[in-house]
Design a protein. Structure first.
Length: 193
């Protein structure tokens, strides 16, 4: 029953906001309205959470730890409590880090692997291409990428409409608000096994 209610809420939110969409970032005020609507929907779905002071800080650059947490919540993996056997050995994150368990879940489900130097860089900013690549992977479309990086993820994002209302360069560091739009757009993409 919970799944049906969640699906219904997602369906309502997606279609209630679609009337306000246009080619977003060309009009800054319109983009802010879209971004805010997307973020509000994600808060209601318990995917996006604010800071301790209650703000979402949508203009802040998004950190990798925040981003990984959003993707884990998008997939519903945060309900998985079976992570005691998941071992991560990244040398730049400790168990006391607020996103540690979400990073364990992301590793468990193959969303992220870390860098070759055995780091996860939890406090680094995320680029547009990196964000799209991880979301594409989480949705199950990684094997359908064709071509060279980052053009392959940009092209696949266009096909999946993950870029709806966004006009960003592949290497631009994205904000929490821009990431909210990507995650919101991902809610309309059929999962591929």
């Amino acid at each position: 029953m919970k799944k049906y209610i969640s699906f219904f809420l997602i369906f309502l939110m997606i279609f209630s906001f679609s009337a306000t969409y246009l080619n977003a970032q060309e009009n800054d005020e319109k983009f802010k309205e879209i971004r805010d609507n997307c973020a509000e929907a994600l808060v209601k779905l318990n995917i996006l959470k604010g800071y301790e002071d209650g703000t979402l800080r949508l203009d802040n650059k998004i950190r990798r730890s925040e981003f990984i947490t959003l993707v884990v919540r998008l997939k519903g993996y945060h309900y998985d409590a079976d992570i005691d056997n998941v071992k991560i050995n990244f040398k730049d994150i400790e168990e006391k880090h607020w996103a540690y368990n979400n990073i364990k879940l992301a590793v468990k489900y193959g969303i992220v692997t870390g860098y070759p130097d055995n780091t996860i860089a939890p406090n680094n900013d995320v680029t547009y291409a990196e964000a799209l690549a991880v979301v594409i992977n989480a949705l199950g479309y990684k094997d359908s990428l064709e071509g060279d990086w980052p053009d392959n993820v940009i092209q696949k994002a266009k096909e999946l409409k993950l870029d709806k209302n966004l006009s960003l360069e592949p290497n631009s560091r994205i904000t929490r608000g821009e990431m909210s739009v990507i995650i919101y757009n991902a809610l309309t993409v059929p999962l591929k096994s």
